[in-house]
Design a protein around this ligand. Sequence first.
Ligand code: C2E
Ligand code: MG
Ligand code: MG
Ligand code: MG
Length: 282
Amino acid sequence: ESKQLGKNRLQFFDPVMQETVTARLRLEDEIRLGLERDEFVVFYQPQVRDGQGIVSAEALVRWRHPGRGFVPPVQFVPVAERAGLMPQLGRAVMDAALAQLSEWSRAPATSHLSVAINISAAQLYQDGFAESVLDALKRTGAPPTQVMLELTESILLGDIEGAIAVMQTLRSHGVRFSIDDFGTGYSSLGYLQHLPISELKIDRTFVRDLPDNESNIAIVRAVVGLASAIGLSVIAEGVETEEQRASLAAHGCHVFQGYLFARPLPADEFAQLLQDGARADA
Ligand code: C2E
Ligand code: MG
Ligand code: MG
Ligand code: MG
């Protein structure tokens, strides 16, 4: 047994691993500092409904790092989660996105927009999550019925009864829920009807090879059928081509998000896009 320990100890001093640990700790410190310095900003990507144009925006966090430019969430959200910094980072995103929604809701050109905000399982399960969202809604004056919270199927790995209670509290104030990356996680279809959700978001892995991939078409049709049977709406993410859009529409999905329409944009560019679109329609 002591040999085992010795081995572990040796492993701990492995220079490669040591470097990784050091790098991660440095990144954690930088995230903490970044939070203090308000370096996290929120971009917005349009969600487009056939015949109606932009109906909503997904809020996607970016780190405006002083040395490294805009850092994408894959490079820091997992580290922030492990370091227990997600409550703080999540709160910063929530405050920024709801303040933006509040502003948009008061201007005629943008008053119809909903905003979708990503919530990690760790955030949902954190004590006082519902209260913190309600508090942010009150502080910012954002309309709760125009807020969509995106959860992933990973919430099913936790105390789902607790999650449902939190969701019901927020739902009773008008906040809606979407299941993000739907079809990639721990789907047991039976659970869906027990969750107070409004939307399924088809993952981009099922969109990527449309219209040619028969099994992905079958998946799209199944998700659309399931959603309609239990009264949920459907949106597809990662729509990059007109062929993909047309295929999704032909199989019953009429709301889209992806580079075909726009990349995630700073709030002012997003609003400009909406105005240009309105002018093009006129
Ligand atoms: P997600 O919620 O599934 O967000 C969609 C991701 O797909 C975004 O990446 C978006 O930029 C990208 N995307 C959009 N359209 C296309 C397309 O047509 N093609 C391709 N290839 N990609 C497209 P992003 O912004 O890098 O975010 C990655 C993930 O990080 C998000 O996936 C979400 O899980 C997480 N994330 C982002 N912001 C937040 C946040 O504020 N809080 C939490 N907890 N997670 C976040
Ligand atoms: Mg999302
Ligand atoms: Mg997604
Ligand atoms: Mg995704």
